[in-house]
Design a protein around this ligand. Structure first.
Ligand code: GDP
Length: 322
């Protein structure tokens, strides 16, 4: 990989530092010799173009990581198409455009594996982008993310700036959203399995057929890969960030029950959508650099459950209306 970039002494703005990925990036950057800048949500709405321009012009970061996004699981995407398309388009365009106006030297845009066609050949290579129709349950989010990576590419081509994009697999870990209406599958199953503990073998409700395959990446591994790319990658193409392994939702449910403990039985709800049949990415470009994830799914789930329990006790989890 070409494009060595020295973070030493630089001012790094992490947009979306309060979210699961952003907070992991902040944790990871704390071990680098750089200054981390964050903008509290109350002080700056990233959808406000003037506000973002002003903030960027005042703070003058050298590096920007766009970890801010409106995210959600399969049902939330389907229910709030305007929010997923419009909020994401607006905030990412504001940040990228303001970064350019403020002479940011390196920018990393974060997407998702849902940018790829629903039936892309597996494992999915970076060049499968825009070769077929998207998975309809998350096309709003996917279209915003495709626009974001294309905008970075466009700035790169037209203005010669070092803006790059990374597409992570399905992320999970500390800081995740446990609100069952909005969450992704891991926090949802973890919360449900936890609630069933001690219920004497009651049913854990798993949406869909249990057959879809997903690639899960622990969020601290994702943050480590992102910092690695900031320092080592400069190129036109986005880069896939994952583990190179996937698991069925049925097997995932078994793993979650085993980590949480208890004796929940697993049942499937076919009235809920399956979404994409499989989303395993080809990570050979990233792995060719020597980078590897540290956490196997089991240990990632254990750490996530410990975090869930700690914060459940503290009462500061995102649980949604109960
Ligand atoms: P996706 O990768 O965009 O489909 O993200 P999700 O994490 O929302 O869903 C992954 C898969 O898990 C889909 O096939 C869902 O139907 C399935 N799934 C099973 N149970 C649940 C649940 O309780 N919540 C969510 N969000 N997904 C579930």
């Amino acid at each position: 990989m070409d494009g060595t970039f020295d973070l030493k002494g630089s001012r790094v703005f992490v947009a979306g530092h309060g979210g699961m990925v952003g907070s992991a990036v902040v944790r990871r950057l704390a071990t680098e010799d750089c200054e981390i800048l964050t903008a509290p949500r109350e002080a700056l709405d990233l959808r406000d173009q003037e506000g973002v321009r002003r903030w960027m012009a005042d703070r003058r970061p050298d590096v920007v990581v766009i970890a801010a996004a409106r995210v959600g699981g399969i049902l939330a995407n389907d229910r709030f198409p305007v929010d997923f398309l419009n909020d994401n388009l607006t905030l990412q365009t504001n940040i990228i455009d303001s970064a350019f106006r403020s002479d940011v030297r390196k920018l990393l845009f974060l997407g998702s594996s849902c940018i790829y066609p629903k039936l892309a050949p597996q494992p999915i290579r970076e060049d499968a982008l825009l070769t077929g129709p998207l998975e309809p349950t998350n096309e709003w989010y996917a279209i915003a993310k495709i626009a974001g990576l294309k905008l970075c590419q466009a700035y790169r081509r037209q203005h010669g700036v070092d803006y790059i994009s990374a597409m992570p697999a399905n992320l999970y870990g500390p800081g995740d959203n446990f609100d069952l209406d909005a969450s992704h599958v891991i926090p949802a199953l973890m919360r449900k399995a936890h609630a069933l503990k001690g219920s004497g073998g009651k049913a854990l409700d798993v949406w869909g057929s249990g057959k879809p395959l997903r690639e899960f990446l622990y969020v601290d591994d994702a943050a480590d890969a992102l910092v690695f790319l900031l320092k080592n990658y400069s190129g036109d193409s986005h880069i896939n960030v994952g583990t190179g392994q996937d698991i069925s939702i049925a097997d995932l449910a078994g793993a979650v029950v085993s980590v949480v403990g208890g004796d929940a039985r697993i049942t499937f709800d076919p009235t809920k959508p399956d979404g994409a049949p499989r989303k395993l990415m080809d990570v050979s470009r990233l792995f060719a650099t020597g980078w590897r994830p540290r956490y196997a799914l089991r240990s990632g789930l254990e750490r996530t459950y410990e975090w869930f329990l700690r914060h459940l006790e503290k009462g500061d989890l995102r649980l949604g209306p109960t």
